[in-house]
Design a protein around this ligand. Sequence first.
Ligand code: PLP
Length: 370
Amino acid sequence: MSFRPPKYPYERLDPLREKAASLEGGGVDLSVGNPCDPPSPAVLEVLGSADEGGATRGYPTSRGSLTARRAVAEWFGRRLDVEVAPEQVALCIGTKELVAGLPAWLHLRDPSRDTVLFPELAYPTYEMGALLAGLRAVPVPMGEGWHLRLDAIEEADAERALLLWVNSPGNPAGQVEDLGAAAAWGRERGVLVASDECYVEQTWQGRPSTILHHGTGGVLAVHSLSKRSNLAGMRFGWYTGDPEVVEFVREVRQHAGFMVPGAVQRAGAAALGDQAHADAQRERYRERLAFLRDVLARAGVGAPMPEGGIYLWAPAPGGDAWALAERLAAEAGLVVSPGEFYGRAGAGHVRVAAVAPMARLELVATRLAS
Ligand SMILES: Cc1ncc(COP(=O)(O)O)c(C=O)c1O
């Protein structure tokens, strides 16, 4: 049977967007985690002189420039207190393409395994990557607080697994995972553990953590500037970890032409060097999450503050997420995502992304109050 892509989930919200937009003052779309705040001035300055050093002329490598990889390594040291050699870092064009492509490349490396394990409630691209590679996509059950239940993975699936995805802090539920336990689980079974850490700067509970705190063997840490630095439109991500896996993936990607444009590499290095900007952004998210939580609570929707990330994960009254999404769009012009977008387990929840300025959130609050 040929592969038919499902309808892209967020397109299913267009009728709700129309309804929200029809309110006076317009809609407030918090369905997609789309950053709305300005990037670092250092980034804009670099983009203004994009060709410096011939950055727009020659072909970049898939690995990325030494400047960009040094900036990544310095950031790891500064923010996560972990030593990473620039030689062990490689770039990706934002992380979505890496997440979507990794299963196929790992299957080339080990055709004897055919399974991708991923959290049952998660960013949908983990599953899509398996499907695009024609592999088995097996969801891993989650327990209390939406934490991954490694003990619930069938050994038969583990034996067939090419990789296990973990996401900490998690999208959409914001859980901070025990990455040491994940790394140990993978090492015991010879399964690569790929840790998507793109929300690490937005860690609200405890210190920001990376799977690299538990060594590099058998793991891959995956990162992005999209949320840290409001650069989703620039497409700059990176991966590092097990030296052999990094080198294999990098080589395949070099052959296939997955290269971050030279000017973007320069701008990405500038963004990584500007911690003050990322800190200010984190505070914006924290303020908005707390505000939205109170607004929703007054409307009868009790969402806890997440352990990390930029989303509220709210149980829908009566368990009907679409009904809640309809109500919020009609009454408050607020567009949220029904939880089923992130897996069947999320069907009774909605996800609210803290991605609009406070003035827009105040408009939502006023509408709900009346
Ligand atoms: C968990 C997770 N991983 C990866 C991504 C992709 O980010 P990007 O491709 O912009 O780096 C997202 C985007 O929302 C995400 O939520």
